[in-house]
Design a protein around this ligand. Structure first.
Ligand code: SAM
Length: 270
């Protein structure tokens, strides 16, 4: 598995170039698209296509070649193969048949965007592309109401505005971040409420062009989900401490969200 750049050719690693030069075959999502990359790095290796419409047939053929002692590198149009790209059928079959597989580390839009987003990175869910049909999209976004980790999506330029509007309709003022054109000349991160992102996208037609990663922050814990013993401690501490301080102490003690406890404390005082 050989990752390739997502916008900047300098992100191609020396090891990726070396492997692509050494293997017998390169299986590429789109051989014509990859020809430019291979030409740029003077990689003369023979290519064949492996995409979603021929993956089953190609997998059988490639497994035979691999068992016969030939070596194959898999690349996609950009980034890490199999991450919203073809290759899963091939890798699964190779594992089933005991064929050795190795993956090189390298560019991946979702991970790159997440690392610069400022959103929690300790737990996250990568969702790939949102479903196109509106009912399925709404159902998926509704799941995010309760999700307590960051969600990462890929989105096409023609749907980016609709997607952010859907997020606003279903999740309200939830903090989101979009990463546009990572590693390219006009790389941009926009962070804030969905309205902040909508204003950015609508302020210039060029802002809706390019490639996007959309990230949604985790849901804050609801007051109803705070364990009763944490609530009891909060109430007791509030007799001696300001609410903000008490919420911080309880949050640390029970590994809960400070803001959720603060809000619950306010509700209780009311
Ligand atoms: N395999 C790739 C990877 O490792 O990231 C992803 C392939 S997927 C078909 C393409 C999507 O990835 C784009 O529609 C966009 O959402 C995201 N993407 C790829 N390159 C990007 C970039 N330079 N900036 C932002 N998003 C990018």
């Amino acid at each position: 598995m050989v990752p390739t750049p997502i916008g900047n050719l300098d992100d191609m690693t020396p090891r990726a170039i070396e492997v692509l030069r050494q293997v017998d075959w390169i299986a590429a999502e789109d051989t014509r698209h990859s020809a430019r990359l291979l030409q740029h790095f003077s990689i003369p290796t023979r290519t064949l296509s492996l995409h979603e419409h021929n993956e089953d047939k190609r997998t059988a053929m490639l497994c035979e070649r691999l068992k016969g002692g030939e070596s194959v590198a898999l690349i996609s149009d950009a980034g890490t193969p199999l991450i919203s790209d073809p290759g899963f059928v091939l890798v699964r079959r190779c594992r089933e048949e005991g064929i050795n597989i190795s993956a090189l580390p390298g560019p991946c839009a979702g991970i790159t965007a997440l690392s610069a987003s400022g959103l929690p990175t300790d737990r996250f869910i990568f969702e790939g592309f949102l479903p196109v049909k509106s009912l399925a999209r709404d159902n998926l976004l509704t799941q995010l109401k309760e999700r307590e980790c960051t969600s990462v999506f890929y989105e096409a330029p023609r749907r980016i505005l609709d997607t952010i509007n859907d997020i606003q309709r279903i999740l309200g003022d939830r903090h989101i971040v979009i990463a546009k054109e990572i590693s390219k000349a006009f790389e941009t991160y926009v962070s804030g409420t969905p309205q902040v992102v909508i204003d950015y996208l609508e302020s210039d037609a060029a802002h809706q062009k390019g490639e996007f990663v959309v990230m949604v922050s985790p849901a804050e814990l609801n007051a109803s989900e705070i364990p009763p013993e944490a609530m009891a401690l909060l109430n007791a501490l509030c007799e001696h401490l300001p609410l903000k301080k008490a919420a911080a102490v309880v949050a640390k003690h029970y590994d809960l969200k400070k803001n959720a406890l603060y809000q619950a404390g306010l509700d209780a005082q009311r």
